[in-house]
Ligand binder design. Structure first.
Ligand SMILES: Cc1cc2nc3c(=O)[nH]c(=O)nc-3n(C[C@H](O)[C@H](O)[C@H](O)COP(=O)(O)O)c2cc1C
Length: 195
């Protein structure tokens, strides 16, 4: 059994909704046990991360980067970095923002660099945008065209996760499922890296 943690921060419920869907998708894959964790609950004891084989990181985009709460979680892992204790684990990430772009890319890049500094394996979002094969754009998986990680757009006026296009909800489930499948595949590679 492989253990996957979905670690997120959400102030107004949008990122939380996506985190739940990612978890649901990942939990549908046999051989993977998934836990949903709040970034703020890991700051005191980041060594809890050692129990997992892989992570999905999730943060709202704040001013083109991760939220302060999510950054505090990242910084709390500094002492694990010193011994490369997380080396060889799988990592991936998602972000939610109000605008179609909203500079979400730089949020994913900071998660990617964080994972690379820890020696993790980054998995992207290998889903072709479904609008290219005739699915209405609002319902299309990966309608925002993000491959480095998952992006979702919450809109301005609907906190609590009620403002998403159906396509973003579908992408989140598929993304979780794909990460869990990748975790099953990459497990032998991480055993080599850890040796
Ligand atoms: C301080 C702050 C900065 C934000 N910066 C951005 C931004 O750079 N781009 C964007 O599209 N939305 C931005 N937003 C909107 C949030 O990303 C959006 O409301 C998101 O859904 C919040 O996630 P949550 O509901 O999980 O807290 C910002 C919101 C706040 C409070």
């Amino acid at each position: 059994m492989k253990n996957l943690a979905v670690i997120y921060h959400s102030a107004h419920g949008n990122t939380q909704r996506i985190a739940h869907l990612v978890t649901e998708g990942a939990a549908s894959v046999p051989g993977v046990r998934v836990q949903l964790l709040r970034a703020e609950d890991l700051v005191e004891h980041p060594e809890q991360l050692l129990a997992f084989d892989g992570f999905v990181f999730g943060s709202p985009t704040y001013l083109g980067g991760v939220s302060g709460t999510f950054k505090s979680f990242m910084d709390a892992t500094g002492r694990l970095w010193k011994t490369h204790a997380l080396k060889g684990k799988l990592a991936s990430g998602f972000t939610v923002s109000a605008l179609p772009s909203g500079d979400k890319q730089s949020t994913l890049i900071s998660m990617f660099v964080f994972a690379m500094q820890h020696g993790m394996y980054w998995v992207g979002n290998a889903i072709l945008p479904e609008q290219h094969r005739g699915v209405p754009v609002e319902e299309a998986a990966n309608r925002l065209g993000s491959w480095s990680g998952l992006m979702a757009q919450a809109g301005h006026s609907a906190p609590g996760g009620r403002g998403f296009a159906p396509g973003d909800l579908k992408t989140a489930r598929l993304f979780g499922e794909n990460i869990a499948k990748a975790l099953v595949c990459v497990s032998c590679a991480s055993e080599v890296a850890a040796a």
